[in-house]
Design a protein around this ligand. Structure first.
Ligand SMILES: Nc1nc2c(ncn2[C@@H]2O[C@H](COP(=O)(O)OP(=O)(O)OP(=O)(O)O)[C@@H](O)[C@H]2O)c(=O)[nH]1
Length: 260
């Protein structure tokens, strides 16, 4: 028997719960009396938020995103070429949302042709510096400038993360400096370590803070698709219709996507 689809638009990013419903006493061998298993697929629509993670090479962008999405510190990393994607689905105040983290290359030579793509339809930005390397902190204005150059609205949530706090004897950027900079640029600052297992919850909390901001943020974007994912417009009307579909599984949500 064909699967019953409650939502006519299966999407690569949808959560699919498969429930096998079989009749008690049925046997796969007696096909006349058997009630074959029916697979009910429930596709839960969810909002996807694109977050770009930027900062100098070697500050730990890959490790931070890996820690958040994978729950561990990668044993070995190599310089990111272009961009890597990591995703995590979260429940925020009753709504299932997906954070799509774009781990961008810090090295100029690995960024060149990709930069336009990073900045398209961004919902939030994470600036990362290395607390043990002053130059990575001093370069932050360059990264902010790059955001401005690509017309990233000032209303888009931004956070600052000082990484590698586990290397306590080599701290070159103290908390006061970081806080002052963050205040000037109107964003919260977090100091953490992707490496230290004891900081796992803290890394999680940082991204959760962002997720909360995004959930309550004012709608900005038309629906877009990229990398196989579909991102929905976050205007109030849209949110209502997505939430409704998610809660009653009626599936009658207009699917929108575009190429960008
Ligand atoms: N001690 C310590 N080392 C870290 C931490 N995070 C990352 N590293 C190390 O820093 C180096 C660079 O980490 P990556 O995550 O690859 O840095 P990146 O910012 O993604 O670098 P690019 O891809 O070149 O932009 C690696 O050797 C990591 O093991 C941390 O919290 N503490």
């Amino acid at each position: 028997m064909e699967p019953i689809e409650e939502n006519p638009w299966p999407r690569p990013d949808s959560d699919v719960q498969k429930t096998n419903v079989s009749s008690p006493g049925s046997s796969g061998q007696d096909m006349n009396n058997a009630v074959p298993n029916t697979v009910i697929e429930k596709h839960v629509q969810k909002r996807i938020f694109k977050i770009i993670v930027i900062g100098d090479s070697n500050v730990g962008k890959t490790c931070l995103t890996f820690r958040f999405c994978g729950g561990s510190f990668p044993e070995k990393t190599e310089a990111t070429i272009g961009v890597d994607f990591r995703e995590k689905t979260l429940e925020v105040e009753g709504e299932i949302i997906k954070l799509q983290l774009w781990d961008t290359a810090g090295q100029e030579r690995f960024r060149k042709s990709m930069v336009q793509h990073y900045y398209r339809n961004v919902h939030a930005v994470v600036f990362v510096y290395d607390v043990t390397k002053i130059s990575s902190f001093e370069n932050l204005p360059v990264w902010i400038e790059e955001c401005d150059r690509h017309n990233l609205g000032r209303d888009i949530p931004r956070i600052l993360v000082g990484n590698k706090c586990d290397v306590k004897d080599k701290v070159a950027v103290n908390t006061n400096m970081a806080q002052k900079f963050a205040d000037t640029h109107n964003m919260p600052v977090f100091e953490t370590s992707a490496k230290d297992d004891a900081e796992t919850d803290h890394v999680e909390a940082i991204f959760m803070t962002l997720a909360h901001k995004l959930k309550t943020a004012k709608p900005l974007m038309p629906p877009q698709s990229y990398g196989g994912a579909v991102c929905y417009k976050t205007d109030a009307t849209r949110v209502v219709s997505i939430n409704k579909a998610a809660s009653n599984h009626s599936g009658n949500v207009e699917k929108e996507s575009c190429s960008c």
